[in-house]
Design a protein. Structure first.
Length: 146
């Protein structure tokens, strides 16, 4: 992990401070070229704060355990938390087995309409009191999968 952070720092993709790691403007420009997509979401009770930004990462569901790692990365980047959703068996699932399609159809529809996710995709929803921190958190968690 330190090698990756050092590499990103040398490329000026991130800023590392005592308070954590933050994506730089150069890093944000680079992200636009990656196989991920970033969208603001309407507030919902699936998250713990007012502002939500979601990132779609294609084909990385096999790297997700319980989503704790993504939450921790988001918090370190300044967000208040993150919710990880994977596409498994064509269902949107919060690991290990909370099916959004069955339990939260409205949220599931919104995510499907916004991202049109495919099998093995991951959606990470960063949450914070402002969009910038929510975005930083979601992107930091997504970087861990790339």
């Amino acid at each position: 992990m330190r090698t990756i952070i050092e590499h990103l720092r040398e490329k000026r993709m991130i800023d590392v401070k005592q308070t954590g790691v933050k994506i730089s403007s150069r890093g944000l420009d680079y992200i636009k070229q990656l196989p991920i997509r970033l969208e603001r979401l309407e507030p919902s009770d699936i998250s713990i704060a007012e502002r939500n930004v979601a990132v779609l990462v294609r084909g990385k569901a096999n790297q997700i355990g319980l989503g704790i790692e993504q939450r921790d990365s988001a918090i370190k980047a300044g967000a208040e938390g993150a919710t990880t959703v994977v596409v498994a068996g064509n269902k949107l699932v919060v690991p290990p087995d909370y099916c959004l399609d069955a339990e939260r159809p409205k949220i599931s529809r919104e995510l499907r309409n916004v991202f049109d996710p495919a099998e093995s995709d991951v959606i990470i929803i960063g949450t914070a009191t402002d969009y910038e921190r929510a975005e930083d958190g979601a992107l930091a968690a997504a970087f861990e999968l790339l």
